[in-house]
Design a binder for this molecule. Sequence first.
Ligand code: GUN
Length: 283
Amino acid sequence: MTAKILDGTVLAQKLRADFKTRAEALAARGTRPGLAVILVGEDHASQVYVRNKVNACAEAGFHSEKISYPPDVEPAVVLKKIAELNADSRIHGILVQLPLPKHFDSDAVLKAISPEKDVDGFHAENFGALMQGNPRFIPCTPYGVMKFFADAGIDLKGKEAVVIGRSNIVGKPMAMLLMQAGATITVCHSQTRDLLFHTRRADILVAALGRAQFVTAEMVKPGAVVIDVGINRLPNGKLCGDVDFAAVSQVASAITPVPGGVGPMTITMLLANTLEAAEREAL
Ligand code: GUN
């Protein structure tokens, strides 16, 4: 079997065209969607992600602001900036790029963001609402993954879904969304005893553990849908996911590539959440 490629670039373009139209309609009524992105430190990958987010805003006709701080900035300075952005009517979404340096209490920073502007969906109030099945904002990466299923007509009801990784950014919200869509979920992580047992019975397998080409063909049930959330760099400098794409695409029925899979969808759903926040405010 050769898997169908779930192309995130194509799907992202389709969605972004719709967002642009909606943003123009909103702008005609006097509101331009606005996103503020806060970056602390000099992590190269974070710098690239933030640049891509700001560029995506410009292409969609959104206002955006990038606020950068040195790695040793006092947390109080960042908290003060968040308070200003909470009160700024041009800003509908606030995102603090993670991870933050070690001297930060990340939960406290995320809680300082107004829940109405928390377009990452990481504030405890929004995370709780998501768990209750009544989300205000769905975290961007799992939201993007759910769009792949909807676009490809993949019904999740009754399916065995296995998520590898238990992060607050991806694994936990991903599992919750899959469960709410009717799948039976298993979350695997570094202490899981028999990973192969779990992955081999997955109809839907989401890899979000952050290890290059970790998921091999023997771990995948023939015909499974495989979603690769990883972005890793091989020693030769090439980007790769958490899945051995060449081998697994011979076993799976559908698979997301890296690059060009989940990555473009994450940024797209950030635009979606920012636009929704602006539309709610303009009601
Ligand atoms: N770091 C890695 N992924 C994300 C994300 O989706 N949002 C934020 N804020 N930081 C991240």
